[in-house]
Design a protein around this ligand. Sequence first.
Ligand code: FUB
Length: 449
Amino acid sequence: MKKIKCFLFLVALSLFTSQAFSQNPIIRDQFTADPSARVFNGRVYVYPSHDILAKEGMGRPGWFCMADYHVFSSENLTEWTDHGVIVSQNKVNWVDSTSYSMWAPDCIERNGKYYFYFPANDITRDFKGRKPFSIGVAIAEQPEGPYIPQPEAIEGIMGIDPNVFIDKDGQAYLYYSMGKIFVARLKDNMLELASEPQEVKDLPEKGLKEGPWLFERHGIYYMTYPHVENKIERLEYGMGDNPMGPFKFAGVIMDESPVNCWTNHHSTIAYDGQWYLFYHQNALSPKFDKNRSVCIDSLFFNEDGTIQKVVPTLRGVGISKASQQIEIDRYSALSETGAEVAFIDTLNTFLGWKTILSSRNTWVRYDAVDFGSRKPKTVQVKVIAEKGGILQIRLNSANGPLLSQVKVPVSSAWNRVEAKVKKFNPGIHNLVIVSSDENPVEIDWISFK
Ligand code: FUB
């Protein structure tokens, strides 16, 4: 009986939590967008939107389609736990359960309770014959839920992209957007406005602005937001000395998407002494930019408090353990010619990518791998090489210390090939895989045992 109970418990656990993948994008078994990241009780939580592919009868074809929200958490920014659905469109009184309009959310803690703010089309309101976007709140005792939605949306707001900031004096502010960015004070109950919404002043006049994210650092208040200055969104910011603004435009945090994702939407956290930018791109859906994926990169400040521009990377953040299956296609650097990354299966992008080393001396480098203190016995690589090949596993550079040499057999199917590890340097190093044969080799992942 005990064994059966234990088995059922494990089955239940596996239904509600699953380990997602590390590196960019950070979640690779579903689409995620509009990440609001928070640090609660020493752990990082991400509250994203959940993009799905619209089918017949689901919202507006070719548009955003979102029916619910998940929350994800991590301690090391590389291994993510999916805590499952926390709020869904068919379980909130005021939400139109056929609208698939659960857009960008946010979550904040106050007095031990977690307040989850989310926009959606409101069946109880009418704006020019439409159900407009309202913003509602769901409350939980734990960051991962269960969340109980309030029966009504917040009175006095029509808009999307809620963001909540609590200042040092305990005053809470709600920011949201509707083409422009607005702010209002919140009452202590976090559910009602304490002031009339007003437009946030001194941000660029022209072009859509949305997705506000307010944070404070060393007494400076940063209003950060996606803005269509040109054709698609880029992340910008203004600096001020008051959460209500005005904010003086201070620059661009991230340029427009190199792969033409129309939206970007972000958040920032300081965690373990480092600042991070969470944002989204359409890496898993290159042909349809309404199916997006959350990424993370490090964020740095200049001495005067201005923000250094963030260039999106595949490698992302965090340290990978050598014993993990390291997806080296999320590379830090590639040889100038002869190395490339492609989807394993373009019809199912959730299978991820592979690295192709097409000739001798082509290489891929993946930074910050922790080899620990004990020498691994073997290295395992998941590979295909139709004509066979030889891979050298090195540290730091294409000529760096040689850890192992892997002979890849002739095969047109994926194989896990193992080789002895000859040399070992304890600690954290950059890992380099070099092809030392003329024939192309495709690599899915590498792992040390
Ligand atoms: O995810 C739907 C909308 O796209 C968000 O609310 C905007 O910020 C944009 O990212």
